[in-house]
Write a protein that binds this ligand. Sequence first.
Ligand code: SF4
Length: 294
Amino acid sequence: METLEALRHYVRFLREHEGLREVRLSPAALHGLELIGAGASRSVAGSVPGTLLRGATSAPVAAPRVSGKGAVIPTAPRFEETITVSGATKAEQLAHLGERASGCVKCPHLAARRTHVVFGVGNPEARIMFVGEAPGEEEDQQGEPFVGRAGQLLTKMITAMGLDRSEVYIANILKCRPDMPLGSSGNRKPTGEEMDTCLPYLRAQIDVIQPQAMIALGGTAVEGLLGPVGGITKLRGKFLEYRGIPLMPTFHPSYLLRNASNTEKRKVWEDLMQVMERVNMPISEKQRGFFLAK
Ligand code: SF4
């Protein structure tokens, strides 16, 4: 299953960044999949409709290209699953999208267990958009992203930037809480297939808002957007790109709750300052000194 999961991610990466509508496997590759498990290739094709075809030959697909500084280089128009959006203003378009998502049952196992679809919150005209991975228990209860302890820390981070939470936009890759076994608490990481299924909503949100910069909170958020391009420890601090928009990966606030040292806080703060500079926000001397050793 791990191999199939990796293949799904890779197909998604090719779709997003190489602009490929179809990814064809060579007979040798197909044979390899058949060896992994009966029906393996059928199962991959079924999860990525129209992108992975069996029994066809083509030139081998290129590996994802990441520059020395970590910037993913898009080389062709991207394949997009289009969600038709209506409305005259950005606010109306987001409201329309939110309505669509609120009735979504594309992941029946998640739809059956959710309390709310957690679509997103904030300013439709936001210059900066934060992207997390998925709603947790409290977000599911309240219908708003980042409202638990990690969310409160995110709000503090936004305030430190000189912004109000209502001035940015906050959304997750997944709009429904990843289900947990009955009787168990906590949260789980969304699967690649769940993220693939839900991503069109986030893409549509991004297309409507057109932020000047995005911040991916944690490795799963980066993976949801770009596929498996690397761990967050290596990726953070360097701009990537998503749909032509600068994307800064940084640690998830929950990481800072577990590792509350000034050293780790400073890393995140430096990432945020880079974003502030990118969108031409002023940075005071006081802000520049946050979390530095006295
Ligand atoms: S996670 Fe996304 S795609 Fe899946 S049911 Fe919820 S809104 Fe629909």
